[in-house]
Each structure stands twice: as structure tokens, then as C-alpha cells.
Ligand binder design. Structure first.
Ligand code: PEP
Ligand code: MN
Length: 365
């Protein structure tokens, strides 16, 4: 049984003024006082309230720019004082937390590489005991929802109630359009398990390239996520880290203006009636689908018993390939994508093979 989380709603965090999306913006890394002040000033000019900059950078390869360390916190503190911004950075150890508290950091986040390490998460959680600043937890680099939830549980158990998550996608070995695999289904699953958890998307690290940031941001708003963390640098092409994915403040402004924010609900009676009607239709179809699947499984079981009696192997792969090909073709004719039809029928087939296996092993009798 999963533990419930005790979460303070975003409205109590005292960080964001606009309702949605809540935006955190700023450079990948703090590089110089001039770069921090210039970027912060430009972002502030169009209403950004929460500024980010990486101080300690977890880099894949040694020798790349690993952050300026604590002096960068002084520059951020200046941006906070002179521009009235809230400031935020990534922490990966107890020492980072203490440094942040010393310089008045308003929000910290745990990076993807750190979330994957329960020892470090526990160390950070212990350092944050009795500290009332918000903490955002990025998804771990690997697509493991339990590892993500475990980190949330550790922080919550240490008394962190201003707790939220950032979805930045997952490392992948396959060649894909983005730097990280979106794996939206994991975000959707986490949202449905903890609907009260403030949810951000980091389209910059998911995209890896400026040109894809808009479409990912829109997608995350369409899914109902509350916030965006986007990298912005006053001179992106000269950035010391993640140069390809950072936007100028001007481009960020244009991007934010282009986003369509969907309502999570509507007060209109007409909308409610229509959506209720459509939902009851879906419920009936789901019911039929369940009955059909159960009938199909009954027949699978019979086939399994028959194969057992006649000493026939369960898997006849060529027959399944032909069925699937036909299903994909017919699915396409009624507007269902190949990916969808393949996933559904492979899942059905797998369950059916499993039932027959159990029968052959004597468990289904
Ligand atoms: C970052 O936000 O600067 C960062 C390093 O991101 P991630 O942990 O998602 O790689
Ligand atoms: Mn970055």
C-alpha cells in the first residue's frame, strides 16, 4: 500500500503570482555576475518571478564546465535583492543545501541524477528538516516511477510539505528526436496517483534543442501540468553548458505568449452535461471491452487445454504475425494507429500465452 503524501498546495508556497503556468526561468548555469544580472533583469521585465541557475553542475564527462560553486550564489542573492526575484538552484548534497540556506535561496530542486540515488536523497532530506522552502524533485534519469516516489516519500517524511515534481524525460539508448525520452505515461501515472502534487515540466532538458521547447511546453499544459522550468540565457550561443537548448529572454517571452492554457474544469452546465454524457458512453464501451476480453480469455483457456491434450506447443508465431498484420491494416482503415493496435493486441496475446503456459504447467487446472 502506497503512503499518502502530505502536500501544501502551490497557492501556499508564496512563489508564483500568475495562476498557470507557473514559470521558473534562468540559465542552465551561473557563469558570471554580469550574465546572471543581465539575464535576471530581462526575465524580470516581462513578469518572471522565479529565477533558476545551476551552481553545481552534474556533468556526464569530466572536464566539462562543472559550475562556479558558491560565488554564483552571491550573484543570485544580488538578483534577488535588486530585482525582487525568488531564486532557485539544484542541490545534490547536504553541503549544497547548507550553502543555499546561507545565501537565501528560496527554492531548491533535486536533479535527475541525484533522484536516482536514495543515499543522496536521504542526506538532502535530513539537511532540509525544519526548513520551510519548497523542494522540486526531477524524475530519475531512468524511467522508474517508484524511485521517483521514494524520493518524494523521503522528503515528505523529513517534513517537506512544499513539495512538487519536475518531469524532464528519461535517458534512452534509442535515437529519438529529443534529448530525453518524454515517457509521458509515467507523468500521467504519477499525476493520477498524487493529484495534489504540484507538477512542473522541464521542456529544455527533455528537448535538448531550442526548436522543440514550444511543442513540449504545450503538451505538458494540455496534460494539465501546473508549471514550466525553462532555461534562458542572455547570450545562449555562448553558454558554458546546454548552449543548444537555452532561449534568449525575448524568445522565452514569445514562447510563453504562444501557449494555450487549458482549463482543468468548467462551470458551464452545458459543458458538464455533455461531458457527463460522453463519459457514460465511454463507461459502457469499457464495460463491453472487459466482457469481450473475458470471453476471449475463456476461449484461450479452452485452446490451451486442447493443446495440452494433443501435446502441441503453445506458440505458433507465424499465425500471430499474420493476425497482427491484418489487425494493423484493418485498424488503420478505422483510424487507429499502428502503434496503438500493435500495443493492444500484443498485450492481449501475451496474457493469452501466459494462460496457456499456466495450463501446460498444470497451474490452470
Ligand atoms: C538542470 O536543470 O540544470 C539539470 C542538470 O537538469 P537534469 O537534472 O534534469 O539533467
Ligand atoms: Mn541544463
Amino acid at each position: 500500500m502506497e503512503k499518502r503524501l502530505d502536500i501544501a498546495p502551490l497557492s501556499e508556497w508564496g512563489m508564483f503570482t500568475e495562476p498557470r503556468p507557473c514559470v521558473i526561468a534562468g540559465p542552465c548555469s551561473a557563469e558570471s555576475e554580469i550574465q546572471i544580472m543581465e539575464t535576471a533583469r530581462q526575465l524580470r521585465s516581462f513578469g518572471i518571478n522565479v529565477f533558476r541557475a545551476g551552481i553545481w553542475k552534474p556533468r556526464t564527462h569530466p572536464g566539462s564546465f562543472e559550475g562556479v560553486g558558491s560565488p554564483g550564489l552571491k550573484w543570485m542573492q544580488r538578483a534577488k535583492k535588486e530585482l525582487g526575484l525568488k531564486i532557485s538552484t539544484e542541490v545534490a548534497s547536504e553541503k549544497h543545501v547548507f550553502e543555499c540556506l546561507k545565501y537565501g535561496v528560496d527554492l531548491v530542486w533535486i536533479g535527475a541524477r541525484t533522484t536516482a540515488n536514495p543515499f543522496l536523497v536521504q542526506e538532502i532530506a535530513d539537511a532540509l528538516k525544519d526548513v520551510d522552502i519548497p523542494v522540486l524533485v526531477k524524475n530519475p534519469v531512468n524511467a522508474d516511477i517508484d524511485l521517483w516516489i521514494g524520493a518524494l516519500e523521503r522528503l515528505n517524511a523529513a517534513g517537506v510539505r512544499k513539495l512538487g515534481v519536475i518531469h524532464r524525460g528519461f535517458s534512452t539508448f534509442s535515437k529519438i528526436k529529443y534529448r530525453n525520452e518524454p515517457g509521458w505515461q509515467i507523468a500521467v501515472e504519477l499525476r493520477s496517483r498524487y493529484p495534489e502534487l504540484p507538477f512542473f515540466c522541464d521542456p529544455s532538458h527533455m528537448a535538448g534543442k531550442r526548436e522543440y521547447i514550444q511543442e513540449i511546453s504545450q503538451r505538458s499544459l494540455d496534460l494539465g501540468l501546473e508549471g514550466l522550468m525553462i532555461e534562458s540565457h542572455c547570450d545562449p550561443t555562448c553558454a558554458l553548458s546546454d548552449a543548444k537548448q537555452q532561449l534568449t529572454p525575448d524568445d522565452l517571452k514569445t514562447l510563453l505568449e504562444s501557449l494555450v492554457v487549458r482549463e482543468t474544469d468548467s462551470d458551464s452546465q452545458n459543458y458538464k452535461d455533455n461531458i457527463d454524457q460522453l463519459r457514460s458512453q465511454i463507461d459502457i464501451i469499457d464495460d463491453n471491452l472487459l466482457n469481450l476480453l473475458a470471453s476471449r480469455m475463456k476461449i484461450s483457456r479452452k485452446i490451451g487445454e486442447y493443446k495440452k491434450e494433443n501435446n502441441i506447443a503453445i506458440l505458433q508465431a507465424s499465425r500471430w504475425d499474420a493476425i497482427l498484420e491484418d489487425m494493423v491494416k484493418r485498424g488503420g482503415e478505422c483510424g487507429l494507429s499502428e502503434k496503438f493496435v500493435t500495443a493492444v493486441f500484443n498485450a492481449i496475446h501475451e496474457a493469452s500465452v501466459q494462460v496457456q503456459n499456466d495450463i501446460l504447467a498444470g497451474e490452470g487446472e
